[in-house]
Design a protein around this ligand. Structure first.
Ligand code: ZN
Length: 240
C-alpha cells in the first residue's frame, strides 16, 4: 500500500493542495495531527482531510485546544489568538469531526501519534535523549510523529537513538526500530519554506521525504485579511 503521510497542515489550504497534487495516487492517508491552528483555512483543510481515502487521523495539540479537549492556557499569546480565531471560524460539523479523533492509532507495525508515544499531545521529539526514552513507550517496530515541524529520523541503535535530519527527496529503507517525522505541510520550521510530507510504501518499507513549493504570499495575504498574528505570517516565508 502506498500511504500519504501528512502532519501539521495548520489550516494552510494552498500547501495541502500542492501536496495532494504532487503525491498523485495513494491507497490511504495518515494524518499526524494539527490540521488547524495558525493558518487561514481551517474549514477547507478539515474537509479536504476528511475526504481522503483510507484516512487514519490522530489528534494534535491545536486540534485539541479548539475542541476544548485541552486548555489553550498552555499556548503562547500569539498561538492563543490563533486558537480563538480558529474556534470562532470552524463549523460545528468540523469541530465534531476533530472531537472524535483519537490520540493514538496503531496500524500493523506502526504507532501513529502527533507529539510523542509517551505524551501524544505535548512532548517535542527534537533530541536523542528524549527519543531514546520514548522507544520504551510503544511496542511496534516503527512510530510516526509530527509536532516539531522538522523532518526527522530517530533510529534505535544498541539502545540509544541516532538522529538524522534528512535531505530533501531522500528515499529511505526502514530498519527497526524508528521514530520518523515527515515534517509540516503548512508551517515548516527547518528554514525551508516548502511544504513537507512523505510517501510510505508498506510492502517495501520504503519512505520518501518530499518538499513542494506553494504560493506562500497568497496564504500570507489571507492571514492578514483575517487579522491573524504577524509572527505566524512572517515565519511562513522563511520556514522557521
Ligand atoms: Zn503543529
Amino acid at each position: 500500500m502506498r500511504i500519504l503521510v501528512l502532519s501539521d497542515i495548520h489550516a494552510n489550504q494552498l500547501a495541502l493542495e500542492a501536496v495532494l497534487e504532487d503525491a498523485g495516487s495513494f491507497d490511504a492517508a495518515w494524518c499526524l495531527g494539527d490540521i488547524v491552528g495558525y493558518g487561514p483555512d481551517p474549514n477547507e483543510c478539515v474537509e479536504m482531510v476528511r475526504s481522503l481515502p483510507g484516512l487514519v487521523c490522530v489528534l494534535g495539540n491545536h486540534d485539541a485546544a479548539i475542541t476544548g479537549n485541552i486548555d489553550s492556557y498552555s499556548f503562547n499569546p500569539e498561538a492563543r489568538i490563533s486558537i480563538e480565531w480558529t474556534s470562532k471560524t470552524l463549523s460545528a460539523k468540523n469541530k465534531k469531526f476533530l472531537k472524535q479523533v483519537p490520540q493514538k492509532s496503531v496500524q500493523d507495525d506502526i504507532t501513529i501519534v502527533h507529539a510523542s508515544p509517551r505524551d501524544p499531545i505535548h512532548e517535542y521529539l527534537l533530541d536523542r535523549y528524549t527519543a531514546t526514552v520514548n522507544f520504551a513507550h510503544f511496542d511496534t517496530d516503527y512510530g510516526f510523529f509530527g509536532h516539531t515541524h522538522v523532518p526527522t529520523i530517530f533510529h534505535l541503535n544498541q539502545g540509544y537513538a541516532d538522529l538524522y535530519l534528512p535531505e530533501v527527496d531522500v528515499k529511505f529503507d526502514f530498519q527497526p526500530r524508528l521514530l520518523i517525522n515527515p515534517g509540516s505541510v503548512g508551517q515548516p520550521r527547518d528554514r525551508d519554506p516548502r511544504a513537507a510530507y512523505a510517501l510510505y510504501d508498506t510492502d517495501t518499507h520504503s519512505w520518501n521525504f518530499r518538499r513542494i513549493t506553494y504560493p506562500v504570499e497568497a496564504v500570507q495575504e489571507r492571514m492578514r485579511a483575517a487579522n491573524l498574528p504577524e509572527k505566524h505570517i512572517v515565519r511562513l516565508q522563511d520556514g522557521w
